[in-house]
Design a protein around this ligand. Structure first.
Ligand SMILES: Cc1ncc(COP(=O)(O)O)c(C=O)c1O
Ligand SMILES: [Zn+2]
Length: 931
């Protein structure tokens, strides 16, 4: 093949790959052929003379493709994803073109140097401690390397640990044979560890002790400590512990924070295998799962699994590269070079001498997607897995068997293993989906992994439909079988012995039997019980001083990190900002107003286009209010009766009635992920019997809303705590609402003109009453100080029109308060609104420019709104990060000092914070909940 032909065939190959990717979905996901199929199709001997390219390619389609399992297929849900993306394919193509063998620095300097740099990049993205990186300072001992598989990373670590330990033992026992010392070494891993650990120990000829994991399939420190103690008593020497973050069977996480100190005390090398889940640590919300990583000696993750990079690309880091290489250095003359002392020679970091230029593809991928693009990819997979989990949980025939945190859901039909085996084999045989099994707590489970690079909601829905249809068919067959052989499962006939075989039955009897047997099935299939909500709430970190916490709330359209601020959109759009910009700002949930949407475009139109998400092109979560508040606040003529809110339409003056049922009907048509009950809103300045009446009516209206709610499987209905400023009524209201089965709670009737002193006390009381394991949404709160204080008081969700409304008047939010950009003093100010802000406005526009256009040009509204939303979201992110890091109290101090540089803190805020053990005035006082 000459260059000219390569040019042509290369282009054809790219076209073939694109065509393959785009039409993949039309193929069977796994082949239906028997072993040896290819022998029949391909000649016994290699061709003597070269063949035409066309003939070769034609055999690809007719002979090879029929035997390919399509790992990139949208219906492939087996194992873990197999990394793949166009930039990565191009990287490998270039590496092949260069065709260098980079075993030493001199053998191809760029090959070595790029690998070191890209490993530093990825190590930083993951958040590995500095010691693992090679750049950190001039004489760092750490660094990263690419191996071809996680198995190799584990083996190499174990070999290095073995060499290290024998060297140590030699000092004490200089005359003992190596083989004798070797016989004393023992390594540890959990039963859930990948089999490659066992293989490594086998190759290295060392003992391996496999330990039991806990209920959550996590290896605990105490288990390891006990095993080590027993082994030491037998004269054995612990030398290696392999911990797993994201196990193969169910993506469980060993408890590094506990294991780390035990391994350290025992003088053992701690390797952390995070082949799959390690990639997710590039997202800040998952870093908590790495807690204890500072104890690790080495760490590996496979970008060729879950970071869009083609096999082979297994990245590994060590804290001390000399400990790694001492086990592997051999230095013949023909491999030495003049820069050996200064440069890294990767041949000493692993088993093979020859190495490809693999860093190119990872470099291409990271640059082409950006950290943000890669984070979005990971988050999409995690969200879809959560979506799948919710579908499984909503079907009473099934159970979910793992803690779903990443892209894997393990599930099973409630019942015998045999039933699940049958279900999986039927599904796989159909070629409609491909999944593999695992064993969890001794039971057969089916693993569903989100694998396709651009996996979509529709793929998840399709997969669930296939699974649930096969289950229905199988369970029907089973019940008939069971029925015909043993006894009825039907409630009414529970103990009735059934002796006749189906074959002996008359048709009419058979139909009768089918009905009887199917009845309980259909009942199981009915609407999910009210305890199952399309919302999960996982507390990640709880502040040790205040009531603040950081959680992950998973909703049908996106994962939400809380505490969260939700920007408010009105007619299905946020004034002055478009959905793409909100996505770019990493906004995970926004608010829509039911009152406005109900008028325009109206529920019928929304229903016909599948809801507001589709209508406005917003793929993430939505929350809608009930519409009641708008009526009471916007319309003078509203009148509230037991039936609902009566008002005159501002559009045509006609008399209208918003009942709880109607509010839910509209909200069901809008389709938001969280919807609110219609509540009886009384101005917070009103007192007396009206407040009590409103509180009780709110509970009655909640019951009507719950009853009217038609889509509990995809929308969460939140009740609203009322009771004005009366602690007794608030307490009673919360108590009544908590008796209902709901996924979260809102605190309403505040931030409406009451004194701040009463405001915070009511918030404090409400969060004391409401459960900590469900989201608490404080309605209508959005000033920065209020957000910080109310997070400390234990609220998780907030909304307010203020940041976007004030932007329209030319006011920009900054850490020290607000800048009124219309003021003359900004006319010549060429700084951005905020030098530290990375929003698209601050990156490009000056205060002077914004001063000129503010409130005059519509574009100014967009520019300032983008910044204000970015400000709110960043504030919440900083709050979350400080809670996660255990530095929330310091964060509060810094925040308040910046906002009030003269230390004129509002009295209410000082009091509120003191109620949660934070003293703004006397900071020497230990910030301690018991003091
Ligand atoms: C946790 C874990 N470790 C190791 C491996 C083995 O990976 P490799 O094929 O790269 O050797 C896997 C594969 O799924 C895994 O899940
Ligand atoms: Zn900005």
């Amino acid at each position: 093949m000459d260059s000219e032909e390569f040019r042509q065939r290369g282009r054809e190959m790219v076209d073939y790959i694109i065509e393959y990717m785009e039409t993949l979905g039309e193929r069977r996901v796994t082949p239906s052929i028997e072993p040896g199929y290819l022998r029949e199709l391909i000649p016994k001997n290699a061709p003597n003379k070269g063949e035409k390219w066309k003939e070769i390619m034609s055999d690809v389609e007719t002979k090879i493709m029929p035997g390919v399992a399509h790992w990139q297929h949208p219906r492939f849900h087996a194992y873990f994803p197999s990394g793949n993306s166009f930039p990565s394919i191009l990287g490998d193509m270039l590496s092949d073109g260069i065709g260098a063998i980079g075993f030493s620095w001199a053998a191809s300097p760029a090959c070595t140097e790029l690998e070191t740099i890209v490993l530093d990049w990825l190590g930083q993205m993951i958040g590995l401690p500095q010691e693992f990186l090679s750049f950190s300072d001039g004489n760092s001992k750490g660094g990263g390397v690419m191996q071809s598989s996680a198995s190799e990373c584990v083996l190499v670590s174990l070999l290095a640990a073995r060499a290290q330990k024998i060297k140590e033992l030699k000092v004490v026992h200089p005359f003992t044979e190596d083989g004798v010392l070797l016989s004393k070494l023992v390594a540890y891993c959990s039963r859930e560890a990948h089999s490659c650990v066992e293989k490594a120990a086998m190759i290295a000829f060392t003992k391996l002790r496999i330990l039991e994991a806990d209920e959550d399939l996590s290896l605990r420190g105490a288990t390891l400590a006990k095993a080590i103690e027993e082994d030491r008593a037998l004269g054995l020497v612990p030398f290696f512990v392999s911990a797993t973050l994201g196990t193969t069977s169910c993506v469980s996480f060993d408890n590094l924070a506990e294991i780390g100190p035990v391994a350290k005390e025992a003088g053992a090398w701690l390797h952390v295998d995070a082949a799959y889940a390690g990639n997710a640590f590039i997202c800040p919300e998952f870093k908590y799962l790495m807690e204890g990583i500072e104890y690790a000696t080495s760490f590996n993750t496979n970008p060729n699994k879950w970071l869009l990079t083609n096999f082979d690309c297994s990245t590994m880091w060590v804290k001390d590269r000399f400990k790694l290489t001492q086990a592997m250095v051999v230095d013949p003359l023909y491999l030495q070079h003049s820069h050996s002392d200064k440069a890294i020679d990767y041949r000493h970091w692993g088993i093979p001498l020859s190495r490809r230029f693999r860093a190119l593809k990872l470099w291409f991928v990271i640059r082409n997607y950006g950290v943000e693009g890669l984070q979005n990819y990971i988050r999409q997979h995690c969200r879809l897995a959560k979506r799948f989990e919710l579908l499984v949980k909503a079907d009473e025939r099934f159970e979910v068997c793992n803690n779903v945190r990443m892209g894997l859901v393990c599930f099973r039909v409630k019942g015998e293993d045999q039933l699940n085996r049958k279900l999986l084999s039927k599904i796989n045989a159909s070629g409609k989906l491909h999944m593999v099994p695992a064993c969890i707590h001794g039971r057969f489970v089916i693993r569903f992994c989100v694998c396709a690079q651009d996996a979509k909601d529709s793929d998840i829905e399709y997969a669930w439909k296939v699974i649930s249809d096969f289950a229905t068919e199988l369970l029907d067959d089973e019940s008939v079988d069971e029925k015909s052989q043993i006894k009825l499962t039907n409630e009414e006939a529970n103990d009735e012995e059934f002796v006749q075989h189906v074959g002996n039955l008359e048709i009419s009897e058979l139909i009768d039997l089918m009905e009887k047997v199917q009845f309980p099935m259909q009942k199981n299939h009915s609407k999910p019980a009210m305890s199952r909500h399309p919302l999960t709430f996982q507390v990640l970190a709880q502040c040790k001083t205040t009531k603040a916490k950081c959680s992950l709330m998973t909703l049908p359209h996106h994962v939400v990190e809380t505490p969260v601020f939700m920007p408010v959109g009105t007619q299905g759009s946020l004034k002055g900002i478009i959905p793409e910009q909100l996505e770019q700002l990493n906004c995970q949930i926004m608010l829509g107003n039911t009152y406005h949407l109900g008028n325009r475009p109206g529920p019928d139109l929304l229903e016909s286009c599948g809801g507001l998400h589709n209508f406005m092109g917003w793929p993430r979560n939505l929350l809608t209010d009930s519409g009641g508040f708008q009526m009471v606040s916007l319309l003078d003529l509203a009148e509230i009766t037991e039936e609902g809110v009566k008002f005159k339409s501002p559009y045509d003056g006609s008399e209208c009635l918003l009942t709880p049922e109607r509010s839910i009907e509209i909200q069901n048509a809008i389709g938001a992920d969280i919807i609110m009950q219609l509540d009886d809103v009384v101005s917070s300045t009103v007192s007396g019997p009206r407040v009590e009446e409103a509180m009780h009516r709110t509970t009655r209206w909640l019951d009507r809303c719950l009853k009217a709610h038609k889509r509990p499987e995809s929308q969460n209905l939140f009740p609203i705590v009322q009771g004005g400023l009366d602690p007794k009524l608030r307490t009673e209201s919360a108590k009544q609402l908590m008796e209902r089965e709901v996924a979260g709670f809102a605190v309403g009737g505040l931030s409406g003109g009451e004194g701040k002193d009463q405001f915070w006390r009511m918030v404090h009381l409400s969060t004391d009453l409401l459960p900590n394991d469900k989201p608490r949404y404080l309605m209508g709160v959005g000033f920065a100080t209020d957000l910080v204080v109310c997070c400390a008081l234990g609220c998780d969700m907030f909304d307010c029109v203020f940041p976007t409304r004030t932007a329209r008047f030319g006011c920009a939010l900054v850490d020290s308060g607000q800048l009124n950009l219309k003021l003359k003093l900004f006319g010549q100010d060429f700084r951005p609104i905020d030098e530290k802000c990375d929003c698209s406005t601050c990156r490009r526009y000056t205060r002077a420019y914004l001063h000129t256009v503010a409130t005059i040009e519509t574009v100014a509204c967009n520019l300032i709104t983008v910044h204000n939303v970015a400000y709110q979201l960043r504030l919440m992110r900083n709050i979350r990060e400080s809670i996660m890091n255990g530095t929330f109290v310091e964060f509060i101090f810094n925040f308040m000092d910046t906002m009030y540089p003269k230390k004129d803190f509002p009295v209410w805020a000082t009091d509120a914070l003191r109620a949660v053990n934070v003293d703004l005035i006397d900071r020497t006082k230990e910030q301690n909940p018991d003091s």
